[in-house]
Design a protein around this ligand. Structure first.
Ligand code: ADP
Ligand code: MG
Length: 245
């Protein structure tokens, strides 16, 4: 299957819970080969936007707007159908089967994705550093950082065109965040379109091509991180602080 060269796009996305508007007319694109980030305070609507793109908006909400990808209107398609079309996501509450091994968990992801290919499973395990002895251990009792890699592997095993990540760095130590950033950059370099919702502004500054800032359900600023994040965090704009190494 050729890689679509058009972005996953959300247009005028609006989600209401009764009288309350959680997301208010958001426009967002996730282009192939790019890392797009969404930042903003708690309650800004970041996860709601994520759920619109992933196909997991709660049923009791009232959603309007359109989600399109590869010439298709995905708006009314459920998450599993989007995954088959190459729009995958990771779960914050990890969707890992404790009794299955690391390799088996990743293989389950391949069953749910765009392609089913044992070679893809092998490549994903290697990419995530899960191809050592850990590959045959049951997922139960593995440390959080390892489980997060298994969860990412599950999403990648179906060879998605677009990968949606809600707070992928949550609970990771500095070394794990660095390793994650490397993996995400490698995926983008291969042409995968990435959307990350993230609290860690340093990670976003080093990783994202485009940043959207959300407040109270709206995207209030968009652009490259060096323009957008300096305005958010005065310390980062300090010229004596020095750039990234
Ligand atoms: P963020 O991810 O930026 O912290 P969310 O998208 O989770 O924000 O939430 C945006 C707003 O919508 C919050 O005020 C939250 O309380 C509200 N909200 C989210 N989910 C629901 C729901 N299922 N029912 C009612 N309100 C919700
Ligand atoms: Mg959230």
């Amino acid at each position: 299957t050729p890689t679509p060269d058009e972005p996953l796009s959300g247009r005028r996305l609006t989600v209401r819970y009764g009288e309350f508007t959680a997301l208010d007319g958001a426009d967002v694109e996730v282009p192939p080969g790019r890392i797009t980030a969404v930042v903003g305070p708690n309650g800004a609507g970041k996860s709601t936007l994520f759920h619109c793109l992933a196909g997991t908006v709660r049923r009791h909400s009232d959603m309007t707007g359109r989600v399109r990808f590869a010439g298709l209107d995905l708006t009314d398609r459920p998450a599993h159908a989007r995954a088959r079309l190459g729009v995958a996501r990771t779960f914050q509450q990890l969707a890992v089967f404790p009794s299955l091994t690391v390799a088996e968990n990743v293989a389950v992801g391949a069953e749910q994705g765009r392609v089913r290919d044992a070679r893809t499973v092998g490549r994903v395990l290697a990419l995530l550093g899960l191809d050592g002895p850990v590959r045959d251990r049951p997922a139960a009792r593995l440390p959080t950082g390892t489980l997060r890699r298994v969860e990412l592997g599950r999403a990648l095993a179906g060879a998605p065109h677009v990968l949606l990540l809600d707070e992928p760095a949550a609970g990771l130590d500095t070394a794990e965040v660095t390793a994650l950033a490397k993996v995400l950059r490698a995926l983008a370099a291969e042409g995968t379109g990435l959307l990350i919702v993230e609290h860690d502004l340093d990670l976003v500054a080093h990783l994202a091509d485009t940043v959207h800032v959300m407040t109270a359900g709206r995207i209030v600023a968009s652009g490259p991180p060096d323009q957008i994040l300096d305005a958010l965090t005065p310390a980062r704009a300090d010229p004596t602080r020095g750039g990234p190494a």
